[in-house]
Write a protein that binds this ligand. Structure first.
Ligand code: GAR
Length: 210
């Protein structure tokens, strides 16, 4: 099984969905480590409760991004990590770190990329007037929210939605999408080919659409 580390900054609800999925003996990945850049992240306690080694690497204790990323990298290597999942991890990673984990690091982003990169994606979607919104799991590349897409889930935008109501509709899909996407990557069924992701074998199941 692939040994997976999850990087978080906050409540860790996506992390919890990955931990739950990986409890299935047939799941192709095990969650071996949770790291947070924020010592007060609620997700750290949730991971520990689930019996997963979890610790903070406080970015404020490092002089610059490169030093923080070197500490992250050392922790990942020490734990024998194969794949990294960013799950609400709100630090920009240096190109050097991203290159070191190229093809082995995925992220979940709360929009249908390439629309609405960065933060406040639900407000961005409402401002743009789109009728469909959603979430994306993608490989991480140095450019923010721009890597090859593994899987997406869409939700309708309703009249009267505000950023909170949209977030609530989308997080449900995030919790389905991320475990399905990690299974594709960890199982070797999602493969990078010329900057795109090719999915091998049977079509992904309904968890990837809504
Ligand atoms: C999720 O909606 C995730 O997609 C988003 O932060 C939230 C984290 O929630 N990630 C980003 O915006 C990344 N730029 P969680 O901590 O409960 O998983």
């Amino acid at each position: 099984k692939a040994r997976v580390a999850i990087l978080i900054s906050g409540r860790g609800s996506n992390m919890t969905s990955l931990i739950a999925a990986a409890r299935d003996p047939a799941y192709p990945a095990e969650i071996a480590l949770v790291l947070s850049n924020r010592p007060d992240a609620a997700g750290l306690a949730r991971a520990a409760e689930a019996g997963i080694p979890a610790r903070a690497i406080d970015h404020r204790r490092y002089p610059d991004r490169a030093a923080f990323d070197a500490a992250l990298d050392a922790a990942l290597r020490e734990a024998g990590i194969d794949l990294v999942c960013l799950a609400g991890f709100m630090r920009i990673l240096t190109p050097g770190f991203v290159e070191a984990w190229a093809g082995r690091m995925i992220n979940i982003h709360p929009s249908l990329l390439p629309l609405f990169k960065g933060t406040h994606t639900h407000a961005q979607a409402l401002a743009a007037g789109v009728r469909l919104h959603g979430c994306t799991v993608h490989f991480v590349v140095p450019e923010l929210d721009s890597g090859p897409i593994v899987a997406q889930a869409a939700v309708p935008v309703h009249e009267g939605d505000d950023p909170d109501s949209l977030a609530a509709r989308i997080i449900v899909q995030e919790h389905r999408l991320y475990p399905a996407a990690l299974a594709l990557v960890a199982g070797g069924r999602a493969r990078l080919d010329g900057g795109r992701v090719v999915i091998a074998g049977a079509p992904p199941d309904g968890a990837l659409l809504s």
